[in-house]
Design a protein around this ligand. Structure first.
Ligand code: TYM
Length: 338
């Protein structure tokens, strides 16, 4: 079993990243079987697909390492690194560009969302972004990829690319790539914006009130929950009553993801109550869950040398593991390398 996943270092880690992905990374790391391995990386090469400020990317990358360690990723047990220090990711992407089809990339909803109306002005990197993501996982013979719901389409594409490459350039007995399976935590697959229940919670939302950052202090969390959009109805007694109430569903789902309960179990307790009761309970639970992470994050940020050392060690281990598959891909394509 090999587990691989990534996160873009574009600003603050938020509750959606934590509940949708990172908490699952930590769980998988902590429950790992003998002989299995986890690789977690900062997708800094992906981050340059959108307009960015170099100094901010540099800072965000180090902050994200600190945040991941604060959330429970142990750099001794897991391999924690950034793509930019493992050139095999970019190399394999180029090789896979020969296999990925334009039609496949044209169907990716993330490209449509992020390029918006200005498709002609989008970077080529934004278009080929999913091919780099495929390289990230295929490079390591990955079996499992813990991600939120929004990344599932990219993982399907990685499987399509692997399958076509294996068919075109390898034999059935000796495939070059393993087909990876996405793993999505059901109770927190999609955490939505606090301002609009139909939009996912996102780092790029211009309103900071729309998300809970893992660096928010208690006061800010209480304020954001208090201001979160809701409707005037009290909470229903089971999940059927949340149909057509996306904001209420989101807040109850967040509560359940934090407390480890199903939506129905949360409603069994809070059904019939208004948000005047539910919101303070949610804010308390959230503060309690996030405060230890925030404290550790602040300490880690003080030690720049330690953060550099974590990334250097992780990259060396990742580079080692990338060699066999990258070599096999070059060979399969007939490329001469001495
Ligand atoms: P990114 O950086 O946008 O998000 C990191 C992880 O957090 C999950 N996530 C969410 N889950 C639930 N609700 C939300 N509102 C929410 N927002 C984000 C994402 O699903 C993701 O698991 N392309 C990827 C990074 C990447 C990657 C990879 C992931 C690059 N290569 C290879 C897996 C494997 C991305 O931009 O995630």
């Amino acid at each position: 079993m090999r587990i691989v996943s990534g996160i873009q270092p574009t600003g603050n880690l938020h509750l959606g990243n934590y509940l949708g992905a990172i908490r699952n990374w930590v769980r998988m790391q902590d429950e790992l079987e003998e002989g299995a391995e986890c690789l977690f990386f900062l997708a800094d090469l992906h981050a340059i697909s959108m307009p960015h400020e170099p100094a901010a990317l540099h800072r965000a990358t180090l902050e994200m390492v600190a945040a991941l360690v604060a959330c429970g990723i142990d750099p001794d047990r897991s391999i924690l690194f950034n793509q930019a220090q493992v050139p095999a990711h970019a190399e394999l992407q180029w090789l896979l560009n020969g296999t990925a089809r334009m039609g496949w990339l044209n169907r990716m909803t993330q490209f449509k969302d992020k390029s918006g109306k200005n498709r002609e002005g989008a970077s080529a990197a934004l278009f080929t972004y999913p091919v780099l993501q495929a390289a990230d996982v295929l490079l390591y013979q990955t079996t499992h990829v813990p991600v939120g719901e929004d990344q599932k389409q990219h993982l399907e594409l990685a499987r399509d690319i692997a399958q076509k490459f294996n068919n075109d350039f390898a034999s059935e007995e000796a495939p070059v790539f393993t087909l990876p399976d996405p793993i999505t935590p059901p109770e927190a697959a999609r955490i939505m914006s606090l301002r609009e229940g139909s939009k996912k919670m996102s780092k790029s939302d211009p309103s900071d009130m729309a998300r809970i950052n893992l660096t928010d202090d208690s006061e800010t969390i209480v304020k954001k929950i208090k201001k979160a959009k809701t409707d005037p109805e009290p909470l229903p007694s089971d999940s059927n009553g949340l149909v057509g109430r996306p904001e209420a569903l989101n807040l109850v789902s967040i509560y359940g993801a934090l407390s480890g309960e199903t939506v129905d179990a949360v409603l069994a307790r809070f059904g019939g109550q208004g948000f005047g009761v539910f919101k303070p309970a949610l804010a308390d639970l959230m503060v309690e869950s996030i405060a230890p992470i925030t404290a550790r994050f602040r300490d880690l940020l003080e030690d720049r040398e330690a953060l550099d050392a974590i990334l250097a060690k992780g990259a060396a281990r990742a580079r080692e593991r990338a060699v066999p598959t990258l070599d096999a891909a070059y060979r399969a394509l007939g490329l001469v390398r001495g």
